[in-house]
Write a protein that binds this ligand. Structure first.
Ligand code: AMP
Ligand code: MN
Ligand code: MN
Length: 345
């Protein structure tokens, strides 16, 4: 079901049958006896990146792949709420095969999101890029990018189906975590009938949806509750911005994290509280990662295309949810966003 075309999209069409065939053929390179397969997802992985990768990995195992590594750039730490099956397949990037027979990337919209693992796109015999970002830059020998898919796991599930994989509980838990996180628990606009059909097939394997939901979404240390309160207490609303549709801005600093003794990952959920602001179409959250570096999250309710702003500032994402790495002071990063936002009026 195609609604409006993603505005400003680098990728604006769904994969064709030829694209699917090319992806199936490339994956078969990794099914040869003795073949070595490397799966990579984007830096600082979220539920969709990890879940689609680890779900796909279990599908490849079912098809007989023995030499199988999963990795992502940066420290090999996975926040407790995102623990899921098949994490034993994770290896640090330093141990990743330098020249695998097959490389598959997950949820990475640009080569930069693969960090130093990007060279495997050259050294791998076959490679497939699985993604759903309209901002995808079209890298990789075989690119399977569906900008209308609610999550990369939707693309991964279809590729597994075409490869003849039967969904089991382990695969389903990973793909479900990916789907439920990227759709905001089936609330966002790309939650199509197909998404619910996939969810039904995943749930039918017997996964515990209540337990998964509590673990991922309703599970925050008390320190994080107080941290959220403090950051939200400082949030600012500019009703005149975004063409009069309103902009809400919140800033979480390293000092906030230190004061409440919280790890940075707890801030991933904070944008969901900021974006609820009724008076604002656009929500902007700056999460400090170093003195002059910020992980920036943006959300729109439809009036603005935040992926355009993110791409212009070196990041990526979707029309209604996007991000980038901001440099300088918080005020400088906020001004850069405001300027780009004003260009959309
Ligand atoms: P987040 O706000 O971190 O939940 O991210 C929202 C969307 O923006 C996701 O689809 C991310 O893949 C994308 N995104 C966030 N940060 C970046 C970045 N630094 N570079 C590219 N895409 C990003
Ligand atoms: Mn992601
Ligand atoms: Mn995703």
């Amino acid at each position: 079901m195609i609604a409006t075309e993603p505005a400003g999209a680098a990728v604006s069409r769904r994969p064709s049958e030829q694209d699917w065939d090319a992806a199936v053929a490339a994956v078969r390179t990794g099914l040869r006896p003795g073949a070595r397969v490397l799966l990579v997802c984007h830096v600082n992985p979220d539920g969709d990146a990890l879940g689609s990768m680890l779900g796909f990995a279990q599908g490849l195992r079912q098809l007989g792949v023995e030499s199988l590594q999963c990795t992502f750039p940066g420290p090999l730490t996975v926040p407790a709420p995102l623990h899921m099956p098949a994490m034993d397949l994770l290896v640090p990037e330093s141990e990743a095969d330098p020249a695998p027979d097959l490389l598959v990337t997950f949820d990475a919209a640009s080569e930069g999101r693969l960090g130093s693992l990007v060279d495997r796109l050259e050294t791998a015999e076959a490679s497939v890029v699985l993604d759903h970002h309209a901002s995808n830059t079209g890298f990789g020998k075989v690119s399977l990018v569906d900008p209308y898919a609610a999550a990369t796991s939707v693309v991964a599930a279809e590729l597994l189906r075409r490869l003849g994989v039967t969904l089991d509980r382990g695969i389903a838990e990973c793909l479900y975590i990916a789907l439920v996180t990227d759709t905001g628990s089936f609330k966002f606009d790309l939650t199509t009938p197909e998404v619910h059909e996939l969810a039904a097939r995943l749930v039918a394997t017997g996964i515990g949806v209540g337990e998964i939901s509590r673990r991922i979404f309703d599970n925050r240390p008390f320190g994080a509750i107080r941290l959220f309160g403090e950051v939200l207490g400082r949030a600012e609303l500019d009703p005149a911005a975004a063409g009069g549709r309103g902009l809400v801005i919140a800033v979480a600093t390293l000092d906030d994290l230190a004061k409440h003794e919280q790890p940075p990952y707890v801030l991933e959920a904070l944008i969901d509280s900021v974006r609820c602001t009724a008076e604002a179409d656009v929500a902007l959250l700056l999460k400090q990662v170093a003195p002059a570096e910020w992980a920036v999250s943006m959300r729109s309710k439809g009036g603005a295309d935040v992926s355009l702003i993110a791409v212009a500032l070196g990041g990526g994402g979707h029309r209604l949810a996007a991000g980038f790495t901001g440099r300088g002071t918080a005020a400088e990063v906020i001004s850069a966003v405001r300027e780009r936002l004003a260009e959309q009026d």
